[in-house]
Write a protein that binds this ligand. Structure first.
Ligand code: ZN
Ligand code: FE
Length: 257
């Protein structure tokens, strides 16, 4: 399997997943047509599927033009996103499998950012859209803090720590600055932020991360950190410090960061 990140719009990533044995490929979240099509042509792959993590325009913007170019293209999305994902022709159930050539993937339904949000798994990689970012998570547009807590920590988080995390936006630098503001003594965040600033200065991507790194640096996956709990208590003295109550407070703080 080869994964090619394709920067789109101002800070989105689409990802081309290539089965090297068959030369078939799938595209995760084609934000827009032109940059994605350029890479598909350059690589000379046979695109068989669009994999949408959720219905937002910046993740599905290229769907219809790709479908026009390639009749019969499969367009995957969660069954609950039916009618919201342009051109969707496969309504995924949580236990479904997805084939790209000889690659077989699966999904988790991880509501929180949106009600139909899903992540796709192929080999040692997960594609998380706007649910898990490096150092952060998406805004809670259609879900509760409890939904997002479970999605990040229990659904995606129960996979192997070595799992590579391919996320939907290049927000890493800002996310880690926020992470440091709620957990200033976290050495992993300090180091990763310094590394991230260096990468971004030289125009490099910060994708992919790993689940291990997220458990070390992502405040939304560190609700058991005493330092984060102290931050939350200062902000909200009556907080019961349950994981979802902590996530609720830091998500709100991030909204205003
Ligand atoms: Zn989104
Ligand atoms: Fe997005």
């Amino acid at each position: 399997m080869n994964v090619i990140p394709i920067p789109c719009l101002s800070d989105n990533y689409s990802y081309l997943i290539v089965c090297e044995e068959s030369n078939q490929a799938g595209i995760v979240d084609p934000s827009e047509f032109a940059p994605v099509w350029e890479v598909i042509q350059r690589e000379g792959v046979n695109l068989v599927a669009i994999l949408n993590t959720h219905h937002h325009w910046d993740h599905v913007g290229g769907n219809e033009e790709l479908q026009k170019k390639i009749p019969g293209l499969k367009v995957y999305g969660h069954h609950s996103d039916k009618g919201r994902v342009p051109g969707q022709n496969v309504m995924l159930q949580d236990t479904d499998k997805i084939k790209i050539g000889n690659l077989e993937g699966h999904l988790t339904h991880n509501p929180g950012h949106t009600s139909g949000a899903i992540s796709f798994y192929f080999e040692d990689s997960v594609f998380t859209g706007d649910t898990m970012f490096a150092g952060g998570c998406g805004r809670l547009f259609e879900g509760t803090p409890q939904d997002m807590y479970q999605s990040l920590n229990e659904k995606i988080g129960h996979h192997s720590p070595a799992t590579k995390v391919y996320f939907g936006h290049e927000y890493t630098e800002n996310n880690l600055k926020f992470a440091l503001s709620v957990e200033p003594e976290n050495k992993w965040v300090q180091e990763k932020l310094a590394e991230t600033i260096k990468l971004r200065k030289s125009g490099k991507f910060t994708t992919p991360s790993t689940l291990e790194s997220e458990f070390q640096t992502n405040p939304f996956m560190r609700c058991d950190s005493p330092e984060i709990q102290k931050t939350v208590q200062n902000r909200d003295p009556g907080n019961d410090l349950s994981p979802s109550s902590i996530l609720a407070v830091i998500r709100k703080m991030k909204d205003d960061f």
